[in-house]
Design a protein around this ligand. Structure first.
Ligand code: UDP
Length: 335
C-alpha cells in the first residue's frame, strides 16, 4: 500500500463530510479541511485534530497556498450545494458551485501531482429509474440541475484521468440519514428538507407537522420508497475508497446504499416507535420530480471496495438521529 499522506477534505464541516472526518481521524489519517462555512459548522469538527481552512475552493490563491503548504496526497470532495428544488429555480448557482468551482481545485491537483479524488456523487445522476435496484450501469439521465452538475463533474474527472492520470471513485449516494451514535455530531441543515429530520422536528414540536408528499404512488402503501444509507456507513465507504485508490485502483463509480427500500409511511411508523410520540401528519400532494422508488444495488461496493452497510435497518438511523435531536445541542450547532 502507498504511504499515507495528508488528506484534503472539502466541505468537511458539513453533514457527511464531518462524519467522514471523524472516521478518518479514528483510522489515524492526517486531515486538512477546507470549508466555506456557508452550510458547514465549525462545531462539527474537532479543531484540535484537523488543520482547518475557512474559504472557498474557487479561490485560486487560497487553493494554491493550501497545496503548497500541505501537499495533499488525496482529495475527498464533499463541498457542494444539494437542494434539488433550488437547483431548478437557480441552476447557475449549482453549476457555478458544483461544477465550475471544483475546476480550480482540479487545476491545483494537476499542478501539484495529486492524483486521487473521492467524489461525493449521487444517485440523482441516474434520473428516473428504469429498473430497481439500480446498479452502476443504469443509464445516467439526470432530471434536475443538481444531478446534472454532479454527473457533469464525473465526466470532467474521467477526462482528467484520461489526460493526466487522475484516479477517482465516484461515490453515488442514495438517501443519507442518521447521525454518529455518540450524539455529538449530526445533521443540521437550514432549511431542512429531508424526510427523517423533518419527521423528528415534528416529533419535538419544532415544526407543527410532517407533510407526506403523495399517497398515490404505485407502491404497496402508496408512498415513495427510498434506500436510506446511514451517514456512518457513508463515512466508512470513503475510507475504503481511499484504500482502493492507494492500492492503485482505476477510476470507477460505486453506488452506496443498503439494497433495501422503505416507504415514507414505514419511516413514519418507525419514528413513532423510536420516539414514543404521536407525530402529527398531513397527507399532501406529490412533490415534483420524486420517483416512486429508488433502491441501490450495492453489489459493486462489496466486490470492489469490500464495503457493506452495517446499519441496514432505518430504525437505527432514527434512533441515532433522535439522540442528536434530544442531545444538549438539540439537533443544532451554535447554541
Ligand atoms: N418526503 C415527504 N415529506 C417531507 C420530506 C420528504 O413526504 O417533508 C418524502 C419525499 O417525497 C421522498 C422521501 O420522503 O419520497 C425522501 O425525501 P428526501 O427529501 O428526504 O430525500 P430525496 O429522496 O429527495 O433525496
Amino acid at each position: 500500500m502507498a504511504q499515507k499522506g495528508t488528506l484534503l477534505v472539502t466541505g468537511g464541516a458539513g453533514y457527511i463530510g464531518s462524519h467522514t472526518v471523524r472516521h478518518l481521524l479514528e483510522l489515524g489519517e492526517k486531515i486538512v479541511v477546507l470549508d466555506s462555512l456557508v452550510f458547514g459548522h465549525r462545531e462539527a469538527l474537532p479543531m484540535d485534530r484537523v488543520s482547518f481552512i475557512e474559504g472557498d475552493m474557487s479561490d485560486t490563491a487560497l487553493i494554491e497556498a493550501l497545496f503548497t503548504e500541505h501537499q495533499p496526497e488525496a482529495v475527498l470532495h464533499f463541498a457542494a450545494f444539494a437542494y434539488v428544488g433550488e437547483s431548478v429555480t437557480d441552476p447557475l448557482k449549482y453549476y457555478r458551485n458544483n461544477l465550475a468551482a471544483p475546476l480550480i481545485l482540479l487545476e491545483a491537483m494537476q499542478r501539484h501531482g495529486c492524483k486521487r479524488f473521492i467524489f461525493s456523487s449521487t444517485c440523482a445522476t441516474y434520473g428516473n429509474p428504469v429498473y430497481v435496484p439500480m446498479n452502476e450501469d443504469h443509464p445516467q439521465a439526470p432530471v434536475n440541475p443538481y444531478g446534472a452538475s454532479k454527473w457533469m463533474l464525473e465526466r470532467v474527472l474521467r477526462d482528467c484521468d484520461h489526460a493526466w492520470g487522475l484516479k477517482c471513485v465516484f461515490l453515488r449516494y442514495f438517501n443519507a440519514s442518521g447521525c454518529d451514535p455518540s450524539g455529538e455530531i449530526g445533521e443540521d441543515h437550514d432549511p431542512e428538507t429531508h424526510l427523517i429530520p423533518r419527521i423528528l422536528m415534528a416529533a419535538t414540536g419544532e415544526i407543527p407537522e410532517i407533510s407526506v408528499f403523495g399517497t398515490d404512488y404505485p407502491t404497496p402503501d402508496g408512498t415513495c420508497i427510498r434506500d436510506y444509507i446511514h451517514v456512518c456507513d457513508l463515512a466508512s465507504a470513503h475510507a475504503k475508497a481511499l484504500g482502493y485508490l492507494r492500492d492503485g485502483g482505476e477510476t470507477t463509480p460505486v453506488n452506496l446504499g443498503t439494497g433495501r427500500g422503505f416507504s415514507v409511511k414505514e419511516i413514519l411508523q418507525t419514528a413513532e416507535s423510536v420516539t414514543g410520540k404521536n407525530i402529527p401528519v398531513t397527507y399532501g400532494p406529490r412533490r415534483a420530480g420524486d420517483p416512486p422508488e429508488l433502491i441501490c444495488d450495492p453489489a459493486k461496493a462489496k466486490a470492489v471496495l469490500g464495503w457493506e452497510a452495517q446499519y441496514k435497518d432505518p430504525r437505527s438511523h432514527l434512533q441515532h438521529a433522535w439522540q442528536w435531536m434530544t442531545s444538549p445541542r438539540k439537533g443544532r450547532y451554535g447554541q
